[in-house]
Design a binder for this molecule. Structure first.
Ligand SMILES: *[C@@H]1O[C@H](CO)[C@@H](O)[C@H](O)[C@H]1NC(C)=O
Ligand SMILES: *[C@@H]1O[C@H](CO)[C@@H](O)[C@H](O)[C@H]1NC(C)=O
Ligand SMILES: *[C@@H]1O[C@H](CO)[C@@H](O)[C@H](O)[C@H]1NC(C)=O
Ligand SMILES: *[C@@H]1O[C@H](CO)[C@@H](O)[C@H](O)[C@H]1NC(C)=O
Ligand SMILES: *[C@@H]1O[C@H](CO)[C@@H](O)[C@H](O)[C@H]1NC(C)=O
Ligand SMILES: *[C@@H]1O[C@H](CO)[C@@H](O)[C@H](O)[C@H]1NC(C)=O
Ligand SMILES: *[C@@H]1O[C@H](CO)[C@@H](O)[C@H](O)[C@H]1NC(C)=O
Ligand SMILES: *[C@@H]1O[C@H](CO)[C@@H](O)[C@H](O)[C@H]1NC(C)=O
Ligand SMILES: *[C@@H]1O[C@H](CO)[C@@H](O)[C@H](O)[C@H]1NC(C)=O
Ligand SMILES: *[C@@H]1O[C@H](CO)[C@@H](O)[C@H](O)[C@H]1NC(C)=O
Ligand SMILES: *[C@@H]1O[C@H](CO)[C@@H](O)[C@H](O)[C@H]1NC(C)=O
Ligand SMILES: *[C@@H]1O[C@H](CO)[C@@H](O)[C@H](O)[C@H]1NC(C)=O
Length: 752
């Protein structure tokens, strides 16, 4: 019995002690949890949704405040703050650290700024800290390494700087470490390899430098490793290739160099992206062991050698990108059977040769095929027409051929691809008549690029069926005939290049109906007649090139009203006559204006001075006369001025030597006279041409002009003092002369 009583007593005692403990935990810290929460609220200075309006001294218990959760066992202790996406602005109060039972803090996707309070390091129970998508500044407090229960640390998308604190490597239970999109600097601490529970490591978009620590090889649980868009250097540590749980390995846009390491079999790796580094050497055969790989991009590196055939064992591959390397060899003829899930194949800018495999049609989901800038030859396989999803086909800059009609059959086949948006066949060896069936391409076609081939024939009138065309380039071919009026119905056209063909007839006035047009090139053809004033309806036109035709008549003032013209206006090498309309002054955005080699006459209008962006002005080989207008001095950006082979006269204006960027000045074969300026562009004889102006003198001795003999001209340029000394008496004398002649009733000042 004694023992039994003793036991009861002990139980009661334990109960009293434990309730007393509860009492201290439940009442005393409760007050401080409330105070801590109110302190948190006090630093939130904007709460547009009123999320914290329940947080006040009223009757509602703070455990029921919005976003607050409390412990079940310790009913007054706050265990979670869930306040994401509430547009809260202000600072994070250090008082949060007084909520010592906190296991979870989610303040993500708000507008908090200030720094992360150092005191958070005292939250020993904290498991989840998500402060992503705010504007937090300063360094990551190294004290966070004390939160020994932390499993998730997400600080993505803030403005944190400084280095990654090595103390984080003490967080042995950490599963997700996400520090991407900040301004973190320095190297990745070697000790990070201690985070043996890590599943996700994301350090994208920071200013990290140095090499990737080889200790990464100890992160044996790692599933996602993302270090993209940083400044990491060094090689890819070979230890990475052993991370057998890895699913995604993303190293895009760093400065990694050296070879791609040999991979062990990583049964889960599905995504490998090393685009835009400086990796060299050959592609390791061992990549063929990554049997789950779906995405492989090694583009924009310095890889050489052939594509290892083992890669064609990766039958799950849907994206295969090796663009911008120096890869050689051929694509296997059965590639489409080997990689049946391929959706994206991009091999642009390598040295691949051989034929385009017809079997690609067996990769039935292929929608993006880019083989531009290689050395592929042979014909384009018509089988590509079976690719129902094909939307992007660029084969430009190869040696692809079509000689016989049958070799053009791919065009008809491609009309089956109802999703086709881009077809680029520029710079190949396609010869012969343009197949009529191009007009049967899918109406989804946006880009049709056939330039720099040897395509002959006419532009079919039914081209109007391609109503979605925005970009049409048929330049540098052998097209003849006229531009069909139906082109004017392609109202979405923004870019039309038909230059360098043998097209003739008039430039259609209805082209002006293409009001979205941005760039129009019709140069180097045999167009004749006048420039239609209706082109002025193209209010977005940035560039117009009608050069090297046989256009006649005057330059329509309407066209010069197109202040949208910002790149260049080239009407050179035609038969245009008349004067340059005053409206040229509306070209306030133009960079280059070329009216050379026409029969334009009269003076350059003063309004030219309003084209203040002008860098290049070609007026050579016309019939212009008069003097160089002083308004040219407003063209402060002028780099190149050619007025040669005209009938300009008068002095070379001194302001030309003050144009800071002028590096080419050709005034030859005119009738300029007098002293040549010495400064600016005139200092360098190689930048100036003045030949064929018999009355010029002085200037840079390298110009080999005669010395100036006329004192008046010479003096004018030498010194203002001399100028005055001479001019005042001379002027006085002339004035006297005029007065005397006036008095004598003689005719007036022509004498001067
Ligand atoms: C809440 O009440 C306490 C005690 O009554 C007081 O000290 C504190 O200033 C109050 N806080 C607010 C925000 O009203
Ligand atoms: C953190 O918050 C962001 C934004 O609310 C959310 O998208 C993300 O899933 C959270 N991250 C983690 C690791 O829980
Ligand atoms: C917490 O971390 C800081 C910085 O790493 C350290 O100086 C401090 O001693 C730690 N505090 C405790 C209580 O462990
Ligand atoms: C942590 O990493 C460092 C450097 O890699 C190492 O020296 C240390 O032994 C590791 N500590 C633990 C506990 O693994
Ligand atoms: C990145 O760091 C380098 C030096 O490590 C520094 O020169 C550069 O300005 C930094 N860039 C940014 C965007 O912070
Ligand atoms: C990868 O693991 C294998 C065996 O698991 C080991 O022999 C090899 O040394 C490891 N390689 C690296 C680079 O760590
Ligand atoms: C790329 O690496 C090579 C050596 O492999 C080096 O010569 C070159 O300068 C590097 N290029 C860049 C852009 O870093
Ligand atoms: C490619 O590698 C060669 C030889 O190592 C090097 O000279 C070259 O600069 C590299 N190219 C680039 C773009 O880094
Ligand atoms: C492709 O895989 C098969 C079997 O999985 C293997 O026998 C063959 O050697 C592999 N081919 C290459 C080129 O690696
Ligand atoms: C294109 O479609 C036509 C009719 O539907 C069919 O006869 C032809 O075989 C198809 N061409 C290709 C390359 O699939
Ligand atoms: C025209 O192109 C746009 C954008 O590419 C697309 O959304 C639209 O469906 C196309 N129209 C037709 C008739 O294909
Ligand atoms: C051009 O537009 C005018 C007026 O909007 C219209 O009358 C004419 O039919 C159009 N011409 C063509 C070829 O689209």
């Amino acid at each position: 019995m004694e023992g039994f009583h003793a036991l009861i007593f002990l139980i009661i005692l334990l109960y009293v002690i434990s309730t007393a403990k509860y009492a201290t935990l439940g009442i005393e810290p409760a007050a401080s949890d409330r105070a801590a929460l109110l302190s948190f609220k006090s630093l939130v200075d904007d709460d547009p949704f009123g999320a914290l309006s329940s947080w006040n001294n009223g009757s509602l218990h703070y455990c029921r405040w919005h976003g607050v959760s409390c412990s079940r066992r310790h009913p007054h202790r706050v265990t979670a703050l869930d306040l994401k996406s509430l547009r809260l602005a202000g600072f994070v109060s250090p008082a949060v650290a007084k909520l010592t039972f906190l296991r979870r803090i989610d303040l993500s996707d708000n507008m908090l700024d200030g720094s992360i309070p150092e005191d958070l390091g005292s939250l020993r129970r904290l498991q989840y800290l998500n402060l992503s998508e705010n504007s937090l500044r300063g360094m990551i407090p190294s004290s966070l390494g004390n939160c020994s229960n932390l499993q998730v640390l997400n600080l993505r998308d803030n403005k944190l700087d400084g280095e990654i604190p090595p103390t984080l490597s003490r967080l042995s239970g950490l599963r997700k470490l996400i520090l991407s999109q900040n301004m973190l600097q320095g190297t990745i601490p070697d000790s990070i390899g201690n985070l043996s529970s890590l599943l996700i490591l994301s350090l994208d978009n920071n200013n990290l430098s140095g090499a990737m620590p080889s200790s990464f090889g100890s992160l044996l649980s790692l599933q996602i490793l993302e270090i993209q868009y940083t400044s990491l250097t060094g090689t890819i540590p070979s230890t990475l290739t052993n991370l057998s749980s890895l699913n995604l390995l993303l190293l895009r846009e760093n400065n990694l160099h050296g070879e791609i390491p040999h991979f062990a079999e990583l049964p889960f790796l599905s995504y490998l992206d090393c685009t835009s580094n400086n990796l060299s050497g050959t592609i390791p055969i061992s990549l063929g062991r990554l049997s789950s790989l779906e995405y492989l991009s090694l583009g924009m590196n310095n890889l050489t050698g052939e594509i290892p055939s083992s890669l064609y064992n990766l039958s799950s591959l849907n994206t295969f990108q090796l663009y911008y390397n120096q890869l050689e060899g051929t694509l296997p003829s059965d590639i489409g059977n080997a990689l049946p899930n391929l959706q994206v194949l991009v091999m642009t800018k390598n040295q691949l040769r051989g034929r385009i495999p017809a079997s690609l049609s067996n990769a039935s989901e292929l929608n993006y095929l880019e083989l531009e800038s290689n050395a592929f030859h042979g014909t384009i396989p018509p089988s590509l027409g079976a690719l129902q999803s094909l939307s992007w086909l660029t084969l430009a800059l190869n040696r692809l051929e079509a000689r016989k009609l049958s070799e053009w059959s791919f065009i008809t086949a491609l009309t089956n691809c109802t999703s086709l948006q881009v077809l680029d066949l520029r710079y190949n060896l396609l010869q012969g008549m343009m197949p009529k069936s191009i007009v049967n391409f899918s109406t989804s076609l946006n880009f049709l690029l056939l330039s720099n081939n040897q395509i002959s024939g006419i532009i079919p009138t039914e081209i109007e069926k391609l109503i979605n065309l925005t970009f049409l380039d048929m330049s540098v071919n052998d097209l003849r005939g006229t531009i069909p009026i139906e082109i004017s119905h392609l109202w979405q056209l923004q870019y039309l290049d038909l230059s360098d063909n043998m097209l003739s007839g008039e430039i259609l006035p209805t082209l002006g109906n293409l009001t979205l047009m941005d760039k129009l090139y019709l140069g180097s053809n045999e167009f004749e007649g006048a420039i239609p004033p209706t082109l002025s309806k193209m209010l977005m036109l940035e560039l117009l090139n009608l050069s090297n035709n046989r256009l006649s008549g005057s330059i329509p003032q309407e066209v010069l009203r197109l202040s949208s013209l910002a790149s260049f206006l080239d009407l050179s090498h035609n038969l245009l006559n008349g004067s340059l309309p005053l409206e040229v002054g509306n070209l306030i955005n133009i960079r280059a204006l070329d009216l050379s080699n026409n029969r334009l006459s009269g003076e350059i209008p003063d309004t030219i001075g309003k084209c203040t962006i002008l860098e290049i002005l070609h007026l050579e080989n016309n019939l212009f006369q008069g003097s160089i207008p002083s308004s040219i001095s407003n063209l402060r950006g002028l780099k190149k001025l050619d007025l040669s082979k005209n009938f300009y006269s008068g002095q070379i204006p001194a302001f030309l030597d003050e144009l800071p960027d002028l590096k080419y000045l050709n005034l030859s074969f005119n009738s300029f006279e007098g002293q040549v300026p010495m400064k600016g562009v005139f200092k360098n004889a190689s930048e100036v041409s003045l030949i064929g102006n018999s009355k010029l003198c002085g200037g840079n001795p390298e110009l080999h002009l005669p010395k100036c003999t006329s004192d008046a001209f010479a003096a004018k340029h030498h010194s203002d003092y001399k100028l005055k000394v001479i001019l005042i008496p001379v002027g006085g004398a002339i004035l006297c002369l005029i007065i005397i002649m006036g008095l004598l009733g003689m005719g007036s000042p022509q004498i001067i």
